[in-house]
Design a protein around this ligand. Structure first.
Ligand SMILES: Nc1nc2c(ncn2[C@@H]2O[C@H](COP(=O)(O)OP(=O)(O)O)[C@@H](O)[C@H]2O)c(=O)[nH]1
Ligand SMILES: [Mg+2]
Length: 687
């Protein structure tokens, strides 16, 4: 592949509701550019972007894919993304490194849930936007209606810069308004504007000119004075409008028919912001914040935004160069771990294909193999000039399962394999939950976690079964109490003797554990203090009433007795443990459960249903806000009731609701529920 300078690059992320045609459009662009000689299809798993086994099986995108398209001396780095909300992590990564979002909208369905979600992501990231109305060849496709829906949903100045030629199945190509020409057929033949569209085209161009003029101070003066703008000025103004977001150009395509792709590529080269347009990238340097200029002379800064692990290919790190030139076989420095990395061969990825290149300029996107230390979100730079670019921001997990290995062989491989797949996908997390002694895998939803486990099986041959995780309850006390316990054993050989007097005091929430020694006059030697503490630690881990860890307790040893011969470490460990249990039972023991703060965003019309459902979940609603036509409900809800909310909310709102949740605090479990949990623990113990 040719070498491209910063000014010849465009970094474009395809965003949209699942099924809008992103993957097909990437395919159509590749075909239009001559990089492929036939178009792959999503349905038969032959597209460049959906190359993963699970993607081919399910006919949907699950991962972001890089598709460089060479056009008119430029390279357009197209980032295809999944539309399904479970895979939001991939979308966030791609959004982070793009300079413009191309938002796809289905010409029949119009603005959908996924369209609104991705629009928000682009908005949050301050990413300039262009819109493609795809599937314009479908029956009932209607550009006018889609434009109306867009304006209503997002309140922006959406300006068509093309007109479709022919309708539905008769769609043949587009009128490129600014260049005053028609681009038709799968070969992108350039010709005159069809006579029957001439009037409409002229009218539509006026809106484009107005939008272009509004974005540029000099042009607007000229425009208001009634002077005509040149084509060059219109292009310049339109480019400024995209960058500033004062107008959003709208294009039309029929991706699977290969129509509209040529004119789309023309428009991306002409109007999509270049790396230099977006100004210096903010980074943390040795002396505080600094701006990385988007050019080859700037200090080297490359952001790792995706990592893949494959048992055959090994580890592959995708990155975008923000400043400087990255060369193959050079030494880099990871600013987070402060370790050197060797680039080895640099690649440009085209789907799964690795195309070796010798260097990549500021603004370009590529991949490196087998880095040792680098994870997604890390910055690679010069050792002499350390900088850290902010990585993608990923949402907290929403759905968890407990994972049990299927066999003994899988048991040993489970931890390391989970670590590998979580490294690949920062919205997946795994941990050992000490309070329930379970292996927990967390992600964005049921499908997300399922696919992760499938991958583990397919790629690493590790089988696992899942279940709903146990709630990590805690045990604590509510009042101060003191008592004593004597441990005495005199069977055969050496005897054991220890007597411990202990008081337990409740501590404020989240203080953990404290210990005090108030023994006067040497009733117990100080050397047994650690033995007693060992005994206490053991019960605190195992729990007293229901098998969950004990927290927020202060234990005070205030008296006791010892025997000159029979008192020893083990005797005091046992006495410490038993006195703790005994006192605990009389100190008002309670079971506590995690309460999460949940924020639910839904279209207004679902508010009643969601509130009704929250009522059945022991929720305490804290507030309800309105933002546009959306309701935002904030509530405190016990985790025990929220373990399947990702799935519940989807079915309650047809996928239109989103939520986030995080641990807020622990609270006493209502006593009737606590009794059930204690009883369940007892019957488990008896088994
Ligand atoms: N009629 C028609 N179907 C399309 C067009 N683009 C995509 N499709 C179909 O829409 C479905 C979803 O396409 P895909 O590219 O996977 O969408 P993505 O989820 O946005 O990547 C597939 O069945 C495609 O064949 C189009 O322009 N016209
Ligand atoms: Mg796709």
């Amino acid at each position: 592949m040719k070498e491209y300078d910063t000014n010849q690059l465009r970094d474009v992320v395809l965003l949209g509701h699942g099924g809008a045609g992103k993957t097909s459009l990437a395919e159509a662009m590749l075909f239009a550019s001559g990089a492929t000689n036939r178009m792959g299809e999503v349905e038969n798993g032959t597209t460049v972007a959906d190359f993963d086994e699970e993607e081919m099986r399910r006919h949907i995108s699950l991962n972001l894919a890089l598709i460089p398209v060479e056009w008119e001396g430029c390279k357009i780095n197209v980032l295809d993304t999944p539309g399904y909300t479970d895979f939001v992590g991939e979308v966030k990564s791609a959004v982070r490194v793009a300079d413009v979002a191309l938002v796809l909208v289905d010409a029949v369905a119009g603005v959908e849930v996924g369209t609104e979600l991705v629009w928000d992501y682009a908005e949050e990231a301050g990413l300039p936007r262009m819109v493609v109305v795809n599937k314009i060849n479908r029956e009932n496709a209607n550009l006018g209606r889609v434009l109306e829906a867009l304006r209503e949903a997002f309140g922006k100045n959406f300006v068509p810069i093309q007109l479709p030629i022919g309708a539905e199945a008769g769609f043949a190509g587009v009128v490129d308004l600014v260049n005053k020409r028609a681009v038709t057929g799968t070969d992108g033949k350039v010709g005159d504007i069809p006579a029957e569209l001439a009037g409409q085209a002229e009218e539509a161009l006026l809106q484009v000119i107005e939008a272009a003029a509004e974005a540029d101070d000099e042009l607007i003066v000229k425009y208001l004075e009634g002077e005509e703008l040149t084509d060059k000025e219109i292009r310049q103004g339109l480019r400024a409008a995209v960058l500033k977001g004062t107008a959003v150009p709208v294009l039309v395509t029929a991706a699977t028919a290969g129509l509209g792709a040529h004119a789309l590529l023309d428009a991306l080269v002409a109007y999509a912001p270049r790396p230099s347009d977006r100004g210096p990238a903010l980074a943390k340097g040795a002396a505080g914040e600094e701006g990385i200029e988007p050019n080859d002379l700037a200090p080297l800064a490359a952001l790792a935004f995706k990592t893949t692990a494959d048992p055959f290919v090994g580890k592959l790190t995708y990155f975008r160069v923000y400043g400087g030139i990255l060369e193959s076989d050079s030494r880099l420095y990871n600013s987070r771990v402060r370790e050197e990395e060797r680039t080895g061969q640099l690649y440009v990825m085209r789907g799964k294909e690795q195309i070796p290149v010798s260097r990549l300029h500021a603004g370009d996107i590529g991949a490196m193999a087998k880095l040792t230390h680098t994870l997604t979100g890390d910055t690679l730079c010069d050792k002499g000039h350390l900088v850290s670019l902010p990585g993608p921001i990923f949402p907290a997990p929403l759905f968890a399962v407990a994972v049990q290995p299927t066999s003994k062989a899988d048991q040993a491989k489970l931890g390391p394999t989970l670590t590998r797949i979580c490294e690949e996908d920062p919205t997946l997390h795994w941990r050992q939950e000490p309070s329930t002694r379970q292996t927990i895998l967390e992600g964005m939803g049921e499908a997300h976690v399922d696919i992760a486990l499938k991958r583990m099986d397919n790629r690493f041959d590790v089988g696992a079964e899942t279940s709903i995780p146990r709630v990590p309850y805690r045990e604590t006390i509510t009042k101060t109490f003191g008592d004593q316990y004597r441990h005495k054993k005199q069977t055969g050989g050496a005897g054991q003797f220890a007597e411990v007097h202990m008081r337990l005091e409740p501590l404020p929430s989240d203080t953990g554990y404290e210990f005090d020694w108030e023994v006067f006059g040497g009733a117990i030697s100080r050397s047994f203090e650690s033995s007693i503490q060992k005994g206490i630690k053991q019960v605190m881990e195992q729990g007293v009433i229901a098998g969950y860890p004990v927290v927020d307790v202060k234990a005070v040893v205030f008296d006791g007795k010892e025997h000159p011969v029979d008192s020893k470490d083990i005797a005091f460990q046992i006495a410490g443990r038993e006195v703790f249990k005994k006192v605990f039972m009389s100190a008002g023991p309670v079971l506590q459960e995690p309460i999460h703060k949940v924020v639910i965003t839904i279209p207004e019309e679902y508010t009643g249903d969601i509130m009704g459902d929250l009522n059945t979940k022991r929720a305490r609603v804290l507030g309800m806000d309105q933002s546009g036509n959306k309701s935002i409900i904030t509530a405190l809800v016990p985790l025990a009731e929220m373990q399947r909310y990702a799935t519940d909310l989807r079915s309650l709102t047809q996928g239109r609701g989103v939520f986030s949740m995080e641990l807020d605090h622990y609270e006493n479990v209502p006593s009737h529920l606590a009794q059930e949990i204690v009883a369940a623990h007892q019957s488990e113990q008896e088994e």
